[in-house]
Design a protein around this ligand. Structure first.
Ligand code: FES
Length: 165
């Protein structure tokens, strides 16, 4: 005996509407789920301090060090490498992000011959003091972000960068 596999117009429209409604509901619900889960992931990230360098290697002149870690996106784990400018201000460790607060280019220390004691951004000639303060009259309008840090057993561990304002 042969079964009838024909789908009526009414059934087809019902399935199509259910499918479309499902996609729309997922589009609305997923951001809410992410909003709820993000603080949990953020809390984990705050606990994960990354070992970057020995305090013995630091001087009062900012030096660039690599910071490597794995970032778990849920569906895949990414190997991330960032550069951080680190120096000693007396006994205090200062770790600054190299990301220019104007439009995100990379700043370097002492590469502007006219201002060798400052960070310099080559994209639009932005400049920052050694502590990351933006120089008035140059494009950046806020200081370089500063990393949370700890010193454990003579090693510098870094957390997340955050604005200095
Ligand atoms: S991106 Fe650095 S000055 Fe514009």
């Amino acid at each position: 005996m042969e079964k009838n596999h024909n789908v009526s117009r009414r059934q087809f429209l019902t399935y199509a509407l259910l499918g479309t409604g499902g996609f729309m509901a997922a589009g609305l619900i997923m951001p809410m789920v992410r909003f709820g889960v993000d603080p949990i992931l953020q809390a984990d990230a705050e606990e994960d301090m990354i070992d970057v360098v020995s305090v013995d290697e630091l001087t009062d002149v900012p030096q660039a060090f690599d910071m490597e870690y794995e970032q778990d996106h849920g569906w895949h784990v990414e190997q991330v490498q960032e550069t951080v400018w680190i120096y000693l201000d007396g006994d205090e460790v200062v770790a600054l992000s190299p990301v220019c607060t104007h439009l995100g280019c990379t700043v370097n220390w002492g590469t502007d011959p006219d201002n060798p004691e400052q960070f310099f951004c080559p994209c639009h000639f932005g400049r920052f003091e050694r502590d990351g303060t933006n120089i008035p009259g140059t494009p950046p309008t806020e200081p370089l972000h500063r990393y949370d840090h700890e010193v454990r057993d003579g090693r510098v561990l870094l957390g997340n960068p955050s604005p200095q304002v």
